[in-house]
Design a protein around this ligand. Structure first.
Ligand code: ZN
Length: 160
């Protein structure tokens, strides 16, 4: 079976950045299992997987526009300390969920002063070209329920 819309796909992958640093990898663990064609992977990788079969391996470099987008400096903001009510300790490097103009987003704390906190709402991989080394490990048809939910059930997927 080839990878196509609404198939459940398993891949082994290693993701590295421009300096050949490993950002993420399935090596030593379970393969990544996802529902193809439902936006569960970055667009550039999903496109490259289309039509492939079990056992196929490839390398691809994906520019920011097909990955997590370009960095947007407007997402780097200074907010009052009072916006973090109920949180006793705020330190650089911490991540929070915050509601922004585009809905809920994760922000990274860059610096903290007595009255203000500087946060960055960009995805940590925004602006980066991503280099993937991928091997296809499994392809099966998705169940109707999986298609309706937009994600995989069972091993490697959601349990609910
Ligand atoms: Zn579900």
């Amino acid at each position: 079976m080839n990878i196509q819309h609404s198939t459940v796909v398993q891949i082994d992958y290693t993701l590295t950045d421009d300096r050949q640093q490993v950002i993420d990898s399935s090596a030593g663990g379970e393969p990544l299992t996802y529902l193809h064609g439902h936006g569960n992977l970055i667009p550039g990788l999903e496109k490259e997987l289309e039509g492939r079969k079990v056992g196929e391996a490839f390398k691809i470099s994906i520019p920011p526009g097909e990955a997590y987008g370009e960095r947007d400096e407007r997402k780097r903001q200074t907010v009052p300390r009072s916006a973090f009510q109920g949180i006793d300790r705020i330190e650089p490097g911490m991540r929070f969920r915050a509601s922004g103009p585009e809905g809920e987003e994760a922000v990274l704390v860059l610096s903290v002063s007595e009255k203000e906190v500087v946060v960055d709402g960009n995805h940590p991989l925004a602006g980066q070209t991503l280099h993937f080394d991928v091997t296809v490990r499994g392809v099966r048809a998705a169940t109707e329920e999986e298609v309706a939910h937009g994600h995989v059930h069972g091993p490697g997927g959601h349990h609910h």
